[in-house]
Write a protein that binds this ligand. Structure first.
Ligand SMILES: NC(=O)c1ccc[n+]([C@@H]2O[C@H](COP(=O)([O-])OP(=O)(O)OC[C@H]3O[C@@H](n4cnc5c(N)ncnc54)[C@H](O)[C@@H]3O)[C@@H](O)[C@H]2O)c1
Ligand SMILES: O=C(O)C(=O)C[C@]1(C(=O)O)C=C[C@@H](O)C=C1
Length: 629
């Protein structure tokens, strides 16, 4: 465990490409992060407010680092606490100066602003051992970055090889071909040419200064490179010599099996204009890429599953999914709701593979969609070790459970405000399933929105009619002017949200869909509790419990029901619930559903047989908070 109690406050000094990347990364992980820049338009804090931060990320161009260090030195007496300076420069020539006066974590992130920190190589060049620094590296590590260490004096030399050579060759290619080719030549391009062309374009279209500084750092190596190119040129006069040079490189340059680089280097980076066939061709390539990438992602599930088994971790870790969804939503303008659904399904595919590898075949059918109240209850109940199937009706759940011994179900049976869920009783009556547990959960509604809003700014409120009714008092008191819009589900309510509207949903749904929670617990009644049945295929497991639920019929004569109740009375059995439901055989024909607080024994059932036309035990169960499936 880290010894820092609170997350350090971070200042990003230089809000360009890399600064923005780090700001978003740490913000999404719950840190307070502010940006400062020489350009006033990019500033979130003024110069006078630079002193309360625990960590300062130096994200200015390399040419400006020296002046920023001098400024930091001048300011140093005013800091409330000595900040940790995180240096990310690509060349470490200023590091000596920085270390002299500050606590420093010097890293070199080997990615550009448009990349992802997951799987990136982060080279740690110097660390003064501050806890904040360890925490930062730990966050990067947990996001999948590969943290390596390299002495800072060796760093610049290594970078000359890694970056200097690659940049030089690509800049040389662009420089050489710029007068010889035009964009039409791309019609003749091969995937390899396209890849190099794209890489060179990426460099040429950025600010030249950083590349200049990197080349300055690789002057000596460049000379060796030019010499080696001439040798290769020379080697091409003789096939045996060329073969030798060619084969010698194989030892280091492995074959990249499974790479999508060639697929991606097809014309898939630019949308063709107008021509419908070209457009369809383009979409075909993009679809193939998506497919290959999803396959790769799912394959990773195998390794993750083995790790989770070893560490006894649940398959589903909703916090990880939440951060990912937030991260994805923040880097696109695509519809957030749809994005959540698509990635929700992709997560499902990966999880399904994890379950398959671990031989987990059990699943639980619940009322969907993901983020519904039932989803929340099922998560709590199972500790998320089994996959959930999201159904759109109770009947669908019960039907699924009847069909498959490995599918369990969670259905609402009653709510303390709205009473019995008759659809659940009807479904239990029709299908061969049994109740083997019950669980309760308090309904807590929250008011949530896409953007942070004052209540007075809310023009419309979206929700399911039942949730709306349960929050009527709050709506009348605090949102008297808002228009009420009824929707058929939580996810519908969320998808309708505009910038000035809010939805009444569960806290779980608000978190899942990255909404702001404006008010919590807005339901009128305290103690708004829903009770659920946990069901399985009839006869598919051990029976245990202290409550029995049963269906029975009585003759159509006066006192018939009283005879049944008398059996319970005689035997001192407390009747917890009694409902009558139409049997479906004719007008006036009813079946009774009841719950009694006892595990009925042979004798109890014999007595019931005498006073009923039929009975069927729907389940023997007890209340549970957790189930092991
Ligand atoms: N871009 C990359 O691929 C990459 C990769 C790894 C490391 N780095 C390192 O990250 C650092 C930043 O690179 P970038 O690509 O984000 O640069 P950038 O040009 O995108 O952003 C730099 C920002 O710093 C601001 N700035 C300039 N001088 C300043 C000053 N004196 N005070 C405050 N703000 C100032 C600029 O206005 C700009 O917003 C560099 O040290 C670079 O070596 C960059
Ligand atoms: O990161 C993991 O632990 C995974 O199993 C991957 C993954 C995913 O598909 O992104 C799947 C299940 C977890 O709920 C979180 C994430």
């Amino acid at each position: 465990m880290n010894r820092i109690e609170q997350k350090p406050k971070i200042l990003i000094w230089g809000m360009g490409g890399m600064g923005t990347l780090f700001k978003k990364f740490f913000e999404l992980r719950g840190y307070t992060v502010k940006g400062y820049d020489i350009d006033e338009n990019k500033r979130e804090v003024d110069e006078k407010d630079l002193f309360g931060f625990d960590v300062i990320f130096l994200c200015v161009p390399m040419d400006s680092i020296d002046s920023v260090i001098s400024k930091l030195e001048k300011l140093s007496t005013k800091f409330y606490k000595k900040p940790l300076i995180v240096d990310i420069a690509s060349v470490k020539s200023d590091l000596d100066k920085l270390i002299r006066n500050f606590d420093v974590l010097s890293i070199h992130p080997m990615i550009g602003p448009d990349s992802d920190l997951g799987l990136s190589n982060i080279i740690v060049v110097y660390e003064s051992g501050r806890e904040e620094g360890k925490l930062i590296l730990d966050e990067l590590y947990r996001a999948g970055a590969n943290i390596s260490r390299l002495n800072y004096r060796l760093h610049d030399h290594k970078m000359a090889e890694i970056q200097g050579v690659a940049h030089f060759l690509l800049i040389a290619m662009a420089n050489f071909l710029k007068d010889r080719m035009d964009k039409n030549d791309l019609n003749y391009a091969s995937p390899i040419f396209y890849t190099l062309y794209k890489l060179a374009s990426r460099i040429i279209n950025q600010d030249w200064r950083m590349y200049y500084n990197i080349q300055k750092n690789s002057e000596q190596l460049r000379e060796e490179l030019v010499k080696s190119i001439l040798e290769l040129h020379d080697g091409l006069r003789d096939d045996a010599r060329f073969k030798e040079i060619f084969e010698a490189s194989k030892k280091v340059f492995d074959d990249f099996g499974g790479s999508t680089i060639i697929l991606d280097s097809a014309r898939a980076s630019e949308i063709p204009e107008r021509d419908i066939h070209a457009l369809r061709g383009y979409i075909r390539v993009v679809d193939s890429l998506i497919l290959r990438l999803i396959e790769r992602r799912v394959r990773a599930g195998k390794e993750i599953a083995m790790y989770k088994k070893e560490k006894n971790l649940p398959i589903e870790i909703s916090e990880i999914e939440e951060v990912k969804l937030k991260e994805l939503a923040s880097s696109t303008t695509l519809n957030r709701m749809m994005l959540n659904r698509i990635f929700g399904e992709i997560f499902h595919l990966t999880k399904a593979e994890e379950y398959r590898i671990l031989g987990i075949s059990k699943r639980m059918a619940v009322l969907g969609p993901m983020g519904s109240f039932s989803d929340e209850v099922a998560l709590k109940l199972t500790g998320s070790r089994v996959p959930f199937i999201y159904c759109s009706s109770v009947e669908e759940i019960v039907r699924m459970v009847e069909k498959d011994e490995n599918t369990y179900g969670l259905i609402p049976i009653e709510n303390s405000v709205h009473g019995t869920v008759l659809k659940s009783i009807d479904a239990l009556m029709r299908y061969d399933v049994e109740v083997f547990g019950e669980t309760k959960m308090e309904v807590i509604h929250v008011l949530a929105s896409k953007k942070k809003l004052e209540l007075t700014e809310i023009e419309e409120v979206y929700s399911h009619p039942q949730a709306m009714a349960q929050c009527a008092e709050f709506i009348n008191n605090y949102l008297p002017k808002a228009k009420l819009r009824y929707t058929s589900s939580t996810s519908d309510a969320i998808s309708m949200l505009k910038d000035t509207s809010a939805a009444i949903v569960s806290e779980n749904a608000a978190r899942l869909y990255n909404l702001y929670i404006l008010r919590k617990g807005i339901q009128d009644m305290e103690n708004n509790v829903t009770r659920f049945y946990i069901i399985r295929k009839q006869g598919s497991g051990e029976v245990d419990g202290n409550v029995t639920s049963l269906f029975f019929g009585v003759e159509d004569k006066p006192g018939a029901l009283k005879d049944v109740l008398e059996v319970f009375y005689e035997k001192n059995i407390n009747l917890r619930k009694l409902e009558s439901r139409p049997s479906g055989t004719g007008l006036g024909d009813y079946i009774f559903f009841s719950e009694v607080e006892k595990r009925l024994n042979e004798d109890d059932l014999r007595r019931l047989r005498d006073v009923t036309t039929f009975y069927r035990v729907a389940g023997i169960f007890r209340e549970v908070d957790r189930i092991e499936l």
